[in-house]
Design a protein around this ligand. Structure first.
Ligand code: HEM
Ligand code: HEM
Length: 386
């Protein structure tokens, strides 16, 4: 069958096959590429706009509707009581806001500034040692000695000194370890050390307290200040000169150290005992309420902690001075506390009045063999004379 078109021989035009002009093709390609590029840039940003819109929505909602629960917790934070199933200390207290205040003081003030006292003191002592050098004995040693400390003095001194060093290291580790030690030991390593530090601190603290009490009782007698000490200070303790100011059994500087030990020792040990009592299952004793302005076991512990941390760190800085003078700073001092005896040259140089009295009382010990030599010389002189 023939169609009308067949008879007319008109060619059928295929709309798809219709040829596009090259200019139109280029235009379409260019616009498509631009559209793809634009979407590629804009689509990833869409998430931000959704987030932003969400925020707006939340902010609007918050402005208009107040969550009643948040008001309740605001009131609880402000000190309003509630109900606690566990009865005892702080019954019905849901949040103790003092804890946050204490934490902020511990981290942002005490932990941030106090340990610098130790660093500053170490730098001062290092500079002094580099510029001034060791305080040496002026005269060569003759071998003559004087007994200065008995075995019990030395036992008490070293038990207290060693536990002090351990308490200082563990105390500072607990205070600033998270900031300083985690980068060195890692989190797991620091966790182990922090646990060990707490245990060491809890065990040595009471032992140290006994040492401090013994030191005070045993040595207070030769540490009362007198006129000689005032003169000793006027002469700067001989620290910056070649002269040696006069002194009795203890000099002015040592007496100051003794009173620092007494005052700081009492503050640190009393506050330390308040802190350590619960670790031994002992309730905080009633006398702990002497600490001013606060009531209740937890606020008392917070205040005790702050006094303890500040005083003990200041004391550690001062102790560096005592440790320096007792070791690298002064020739002949360490042997007194290690063997119990000092050379007469050291005694004459640093404690001339004490030396004169020891000499007068016949307490100077001649070197071994010197008595035999003296007896032989005496016998020889006798036989020559006869
Ligand atoms: C490694 C650390 C220490 C060293 C090398 C050291 C050394 C000495 C020496 C040599 C003396 C005798 C001074 C003299 O004979 O005139 C002494 C006395 C003394 N030390 Fe230490 N000491 C150290 C740590 C401590 C600590 C940590 C404390 C206290 C917590 C302390 C408290 C005392 C006291 C109270 C005296 C007697 C002072 C006086 O009675 O005036 N020492 N020390
Ligand atoms: C001179 C010696 C001492 C030094 C340098 C010292 C240092 C410190 C420091 C810096 C802290 C604060 C730690 C922190 O904030 O995490 C602390 C906490 C503490 N100290 Fe001492 N302390 C000394 C002596 C004592 C004594 C004698 C006792 C007990 C009789 C004691 C018991 C405590 C306790 C129980 C804590 C709380 C530790 C914990 O969180 O479990 N400390 N000490």
């Amino acid at each position: 069958m023939q169609t009308p078109n067949d008879s007319l021989h008109i060619p059928v035009q295929d709309p798809v096959r219709k040829k596009m002009s090259p200019a139109r093709k280029r235009r379409i390609t260019t616009y498509s590429l631009l559209a793809i590029l634009g979407l590629a840039v804009l689509l990833p940003l869409a998430s931000y706009s959704i987030h932003w819109l969400g925020h707006e929505a939340v902010a609007q909602e918050a402005g208009s509707v107040v969550n009643p629960r948040s008001n309740t917790w605001r009131a609880v934070n402000g000190g309003i009581g509630g109900y606690t199933a566990v009865k005892g200390q702080e019954t019905d207290v849901l949040i103790a806001p003092g804890g946050i205040d204490w934490l902020v003081k511990r981290e942002a003030t005490i932990g941030k500034y106090a340990p610098w006292a130790i660093v500053v003191m170490a730098v001062i002592l290092l500079l002094y040692h580099l510029l001034h050098g060791r305080n040496k004995l002026d005269a060569p040693r003759s071998g003559r000695r004087i007994k200065r400390w008995n075995w019990f003095d030395r036992l008490v001194h070293w038990v207290t000194a060693i536990s002090f060093i351990a308490l200082a290291i563990t105390g500072v580790s607990m205070l600033i370890g998270r900031a300083v030690l985690i980068p060195l030991l890692g989190k797991a390593g620091f966790a182990m050390w922090a646990q060990a530090s707490t245990t060491i601190h809890h065990v040595l603290g009471p032992l140290f307290t006994v040492g401090i009490v013994l030191m005070i009782v045993m040595w207070i007698w030769h540490n009362f200040p007198n006129a000689t000490d005032i003169q000793w200070f006027k002469e700067g303790g001989g620290l910056f000169s070649k002269t040696h100011p006069s002194a009795g059994r203890m000099n002015g500087g040592e007496k100051v150290w003794f009173w620092v030990v007494t005052m700081a020792g009492l503050a640190v040990c009393v506050t330390g005992l308040i802190l350590v009592a619960p670790a031994y299952g002992i309730p905080i004793p009633a006398w702990a309420s002497f600490i001013p302005l606060v009531e209740g076991a937890r606020p008392q512990m917070q205040q005790a902690h702050m006094i303890h941390a500040v005083v003990s760190i200041g004391w550690t800085a001062i102790a560096l001075g005592h440790i320096y003078i007792g070791t690298a700073g002064t020739e002949g001092a360490f042997e007194g506390m290690s063997t119990g005896y000092v050379s007469t040259e050291w005694a004459k140089q640093h404690h001339d009045q004490w030396y004169a009295k020891a000499e007068a009382d016949g307490k100077v010990i001649e070197p071994a063999g010197s008595r035999r030599r003296a007896r032989r010389a005496e016998a020889q002189a006798h036989s020559t004379a006869s």
